[in-house]
Design a protein around this ligand. Sequence first.
Ligand code: GTB
Length: 217
Amino acid sequence: MTITITAFAASPDRGRGLARDMRVRWALEEVGQPYEVRLVSFQEMQQPAHLALNPFGQIPTYEEDGLVLFESGAIVLHIAQRHAGLLPIDANARARAIMWMFAALGTVEPPIVDLEQSEYIEGDRAWFAERRPMIEARIRKRLDELAERLGDADWLDGGFSAADLLMVLVLRRLEGSGILQDYPTLSAYIARGEARPAYKRAFADQLAVFTASQQAG
Ligand code: GTB
């Protein structure tokens, strides 16, 4: 069984591990599955060969013995269901972990992506100074609620799961925004995720892609 994923040949994040292939890399490292990475340029992502894998022309994609998947959340769920280590065995605990996976991607991530994209796309508009605090307030509401629920627990619901993997990476997207410093328990939660050996291997591998692209000129 060979697993192949796609990732940016030249990630705009310059190796900070913010692109969504990091989710898949980390999940595969957690469950101990080797994988290959096919690097694609922005141009290649719009070509028929890549669009056949992902109709939206995005990374990451996942190929395994004739199975083709896109959407990082679906890929992580597939990995977690197929291999031990990322979801609890108990049926109710497993359902709750999957619920938290959806919460990370469907409830916590959207305002964070909105802030990122609006800074990039609308940052030079006069009205952005008024819009930014509104987006930030939406993010802070979610972080308040998340921090309240997490309390002083290490992970969202019992042991580390695919839900924590996704939530940590979603929260990491706020690094540099000045928001996380007001959430010490969430910052500690992110640090716990980043301290996992599987995270470190995944991070190092995606950073190596950036480093190699710099050396190639
Ligand atoms: N919902 C999809 C999923 O979860 O898989 C979203 C996939 C997605 O947004 N992919 C992005 C992509 O392919 C890369 S990760 N974009 C190219 C395109 O749409 O043409 C998003 C991303 C990109 C860059 C940074 N960064 O530079 O910090 C962070 C995150």
